[in-house]
Design a protein around this ligand. Structure first.
Ligand SMILES: Cc1cc2nc3c(=O)[nH]c(=O)nc-3n(C[C@H](O)[C@H](O)[C@H](O)COP(=O)(O)OP(=O)(O)OC[C@H]3O[C@@H](n4cnc5c(N)ncnc54)[C@H](O)[C@@H]3O)c2cc1C
Ligand SMILES: NC(=O)c1ccc[n+]([C@@H]2O[C@H](COP(=O)([O-])OP(=O)(O)OC[C@H]3O[C@@H](n4cnc5c(N)ncnc54)[C@H](OP(=O)(O)O)[C@@H]3O)[C@@H](O)[C@H]2O)c1
Ligand SMILES: Cc1cc2nc3c(=O)[nH]c(=O)nc-3n(C[C@H](O)[C@H](O)[C@H](O)COP(=O)(O)O)c2cc1C
Length: 592
C-alpha cells in the first residue's frame, strides 16, 4: 500500500512532457504546460482556482481490490490525470454496472487477483455481467489494464488478464498493452500510469484541473518509508497445551502521527531467522561475508539474506535452476509437465533449504543465488483493535506458522519473526493498508453479523471495540470457532465481558475438534438460519474474516442456503439477494 503526497506522486510519474503536436491547445495553454513540466508542480496541484472542468475529458478509472493496492494506484492515476487536464472519475468496480461501463469512452482498469486466479470481491459482480453472453458491446471504449498480482501464484494476474481480453472481445480498443505488476514492483505500475495517461490525453482540450485535496490525507509512512515501531506486547493467546499457537501483539504508534480505522490491515516487514540464513549460506558453500550489491547498496550475503530476500518459499526461477543443475527426474518431470497440482503437492512444506539439502552437490555463487530470489515481502494482518479506543497502539492476532517437514522444523517468516525474534531493542517496520470497504456501518443502529473463526476474529475484536466506543445501539452477533474450547478460545475474557456489558448481543461458538464430527461456524449459521435471515432483513451487514480457501467458500454457501430457505427464494433469487448485499457493501470479506 502506497501513500505519497500529490506532489511526490506527480514527480514520480512525470517522465517527459508529451504534448501531442496536433492537440488543440492555445499558445497560453502550451506555455502553461511547459511551465508545469519545468517545475511548477506544487503551484498547479495546490491552486484550486485553476479549475475549469467544463470541457475536460473524462477518464474512468475502475479498480478491483481486496486490500487497497489497486485503489491506491487508481488514486495516483487520478492525480496524474488531473495534471494532464483530464477529469478522472475513480470508482470501485462494485459501484459500476455493465451498461454504464459500455457508455464510457476512456477507461483505465486496475485490478488485483484473489483466491486462485479469481476476481477480488468488489469486482465479481461487474465481471459476472461483463463475462456473460448478454454483455453489451464495449466498442465505445478505449482502455488499458493494470493487473496486480503475485507471481508466486500459479494464475499470475489472472483477473487483469481476463478483463483485458474480454474488453477487447466486446469491441473495446486497447490504447496501451496490459501491464502485469508483481508485488514489490510498484515501478511497473508507476510506468504504466505515466505511459497511459498521456495517451488518454491525446487530442483532448486542455482544461486545467487542480485539486488541493489529497496531500494532507495521505499517510507519510508507506512500504518504502515504513514506521519503525516498538512492539509493546507479545502475549500467547492459545494455551500452552494447544495444538496451535496464536499470539496477541501490540505495536506502539507514539510519535508517528498515524491513525487507523477498525477494518484496516497492518503490513509488517519481517526479517529472516538468522539460523535459517546461516544454514542456507552453508548449503550453497558460501561464507556469508561475500560483498554483494543490493538495491544500490553494498552488503554482505548474510545481511542481504537476513533483510532483503524471501528465503523460505522458492521462486520459480530458483526451482527451475535447481532442476537444471541437479538433473533430478522428478523435479524436471513436474516442471516440464505443467502439472500444477502435483508441483504444488511436491512443494507443500518444502522450502529453499530443503531443496538445497536435497541436492547437496549444487553450488551457487553468492551473486547467482541472490539473482534467483524474490524480494522479501511485507505480510498483511487484519488489525484487531479500534483506533478510537487505542489511538496510540495497533493490535494484531497472529497464528504462528510452525510445522515439521523433511526432517526439519519449519517456521513462517513473519509470524515467527514477531513471535521469536523481536526484543526490546528491535524496531519493527510497519505501514497501514486501509480497507475502506471493511468498515463498521456508519449508522450505529444497524445490526452486524461477524463470522470469524481462528485468526478471523481479529477485525471483529476491533469492530466490537468500535461499537462500544461509539455507544452504538445496533445489535452485534459474533460467530467464532477454533479447534478446542479448552485451549483455543482466544479472547474469551474479553468476549464474555463484552456480553456482560451488553456490547455483544449474540455469540455462537464452533469448536471443531471437541467432538468426533467437526462443527464449523457455518453449521452454527445454518442452525440459526431463521434468526440470521431476520437480522439481514433488519438491515444487518454480514462480515467474514479468516481462511479464504475453505472457510469463506463454505460460509458463502451457507449464506445462500439460509436466504433460500428462510426467505422462501429460489437459488437464483438468493443469489440476487446476496448480490444486492454486496452492492450495498453489506456483505464484505477480509479473507486470506
Ligand atoms: C489481508 C490479510 C489479512 C491477514 N490477516 C491475518 C491475521 O489477522 N492473522 C494471521 O495470523 N494471519 C493473517 N494473514 C496471513 C498473513 O499475512 C501471513 O500470510 C501469515 O502470517 C503467514 O506468514 P509467515 O510469513 O509467517 O509465513 P510464510 O513464511 O509466508 O509461510 C507460509 C507458507 O508456509 C507453508 N506452510 C504453512 N503451514 C504449513 C504446513 N502446516 N505444512 C506445510 N507447509 C506449510 C505454506 O507454503 C505457506 O504458504 C492475513 C493475510 C492477508 C492477505
Ligand atoms: N502449522 C500450524 O501449526 C498452524 C497452526 C494454525 C494455523 N496455521 C495456519 O495459519 C493460518 C490461520 O489460521 P487460523 O487460526 O486463522 O485458522 P485455522 O487454524 O486454519 O482454523 C480455525 C478454525 O476453522 C476451522 N475450519 C477448518 N476448515 C473450515 C471450513 N471449511 N469452514 C469453517 N471452518 C473451518 C478449523 O477446524 P479444523 O482445523 O479442526 O478443521 C478451526 O476450528 C491458516 O492458514 C493455517 O493454515 C498453521
Ligand atoms: C489470499 C490471496 C490470494 C491471492 N491470489 C492471487 C492469484 O491467484 N494470482 C495472483 O497473481 N495474485 C494473487 N494474490 C496477490 C494479490 O493480487 C496482490 O497481493 C495484490 O497486490 C493485491 O492487491 P489489492 O490490495 O488491490 O487487492 C493473492 C493474494 C492473497 C492475499
Amino acid at each position: 500500500m502506497r501513500h505519497l503526497s500529490d506532489i511526490k506522486i506527480v514527480k514520480k510519474y512525470m517522465k517527459t512532457p508529451n504534448i501531442p503536436q496536433n492537440a488543440p491547445y492555445t499558445d497560453t495553454q502550451r506555455a502553461w504546460i511547459g511551465g508545469f513540466f519545468a517545475g511548477m508542480h506544487s503551484h498547479i496541484l495546490l491552486s484550486s482556482n485553476l479549475i475549469d472542468q467544463t470541457d475536460a475529458r473524462v477518464i474512468n478509472i475502475l479498480y478491483g481490490t481486496q486490500t487497497g493496492n489497486s485503489e491506491s494506484f487508481a488514486n495516483d492515476a487520478a492525480t496524474i490525470a488531473k495534471t494532464h487536464g483530464l477529469l478522472p472519475v475513480v470508482k470501485s468496480m462494485d459501484e459500476t454496472e455493465a451498461d454504464a461501463l459500455a457508455q464510457m469512452e476512456y477507461l483505465m482498469i486496475i485490478t488485483s487477483t484473489y483466491g486462485e486466479g479469481e476476481m477480488p470481491d468488489n469486482a465479481q459482480m461487474l465481471w459476472d455481467s461483463v463475462s456473460a453472453d448478454s454483455a453489451p458491446s464495449m466498442d465505445k471504449i478505449k482502455f488499458s489494464v493494470l493487473a496486480l498480482g503475485d507471481s508466486s501464484y500459479d494464475l499470475f494476474c489472472q483477473a487483469g488478464i481476463e478483463w483485458d481480453s474480454r474488453l477487447a472481445e466486446l469491441g473495446a480498443k486497447r490504447l496501451y498493452d496490459r501491464v502485469n505488476c508483481d508485488v514489490g514492483h510498484d515501478e511497473d505500475a508507476e510506468n504504466w500510469i505515466s505511459s497511459v495517461i498521456p495517451m488518454m490525453a491525446e487530442g483532448a482540450a486542455v482544461t486545467l484541473v487542480a485539486d488541493a485535496k489529497g496531500s494532507s490525507e495521505k499517510a507519510k509512512y508507506n512500504r518504502k518509508n515504513p514506521f519503525a515501531s516498538k512492539m509493546t506486547v507479545n502475549r500467547l493467546l492459545t494455551s500452552e497445551k494447544s495444538s496451535k499457537e496464536t499470539r496477541h501483539y501490540e505495536f506502539s504508534l507514539e510519535g508517528s502521527g498515524l491513525t487507523y480505522e477498525a477494518g484496516d490491515a497492518l503490513n509488517v516487514i519481517p526479517q529472516n531467522c538468522p539460523e535459517l540464513v546461516a544454514s542456507i549460506v552453508r548449503a550453497i558453500s558460501c561464507t556469508g561475508n561475500e560483498d554483494e550489491p543490493v538495491n544500490g547498496e553494498q552488503m554482505s550475503l548474510s545481511d542481504a539474506l537476513h533483510s532483503h530476500f524471501e528465503i523460505k518459499l522458492p521462486s520459480k526461477e530458483l526451482l527451475q535452476e535447481i532442476a537444471n543443475r541437479s538433473g533430478d527426474q522428478q523435479l524436471n518431470g513436474l516442471l516440464d509437465s505443467g502439472d500444477k497440482a502435483n508441483l504444488a503437492k511436491y512443494l507443500w512444506g518444502r522450502d529453499i533449504l530443503d531443496l538445497l539439502l536435497q541436492f547437496p552437490n549444487i553450488e551457487f555463487s553468492a551473486a547467482e543465488f541472490l539473482a534467483l530470489l524474490k524480494p522479501l515481502q511485507p505480510r498483511a494482518y487484519s488489525i484487531s483493535s479500534s483506533g478510537k479506543m487505542h489511538p496510540d497502539s495497533v493490535h494484531l492476532t497472529v497464528a504462528s506458522v510452525r510445522y515439521n517437514a523433511h526432517n526439519r522444523e519449519h517456521k513462517g517468516v513473519c509470524s515467527t519473526f514477531m513471535a521469536d525474534l523481536v526484543d526490546n531493542n528491535t524496531r519493527v517496520n510497519i505501514f497501514f493498508a486501509p480497507n475502506k470497504s471493511f468498515r463498521v456501518p456508519e449508522d450505529n443502529t444497524l445490526p452486524i453479523i461477524m463470522v470469524g473463526p481462528g485468526t478471523g476474529i481479529a477485525p471483529f475484536r476491533a469492530f466490537l471495540q468500535e461499537r462500544e466506543f461509539r455507544k452504538a445501539s445496533g445489535k452485534n452477533w459474533l460467530l467464532f470457532g477454533d479447534r478446542n474450547e479448552a485451549t483455543d478460545y482466544i479472547y474469551r475474557d474479553e468476549i464474555e465481558a463484552m456480553q456482560k456489558k451488553g456490547v455483544l448481543h449474540r455469540l455462537d461458538l464452533a469448536f471443531s475438534r471437541d467432538q468426533e464430527e467437526k462443527i464449523y461456524v457455518q453449521d452454527r449459521m445454518l442452525e440459526n438460519g431463521a434468526e440470521m435471515f431476520s437480522w439481514l432483513e433488519q438491515g444487518a451487514s454480514f462480515f467474514v474474516c479468516g481462511d479464504a480457501t475453505y472457510m469463506a467458500k463454505d460460509v458463502d454457501k451457507a449464506l445462500h442456503a439460509i436466504i433460500e430457505k428462510h426467505g422462501n427464494k429460489t437459488a437464483e433469487q438468493a443469489t440476487d439477494y446476496v448480490n444486492q448485499l454486496k452492492k450495498e457493501k453489506r456483505y464484505v470479506r477480509d479473507v486470506y
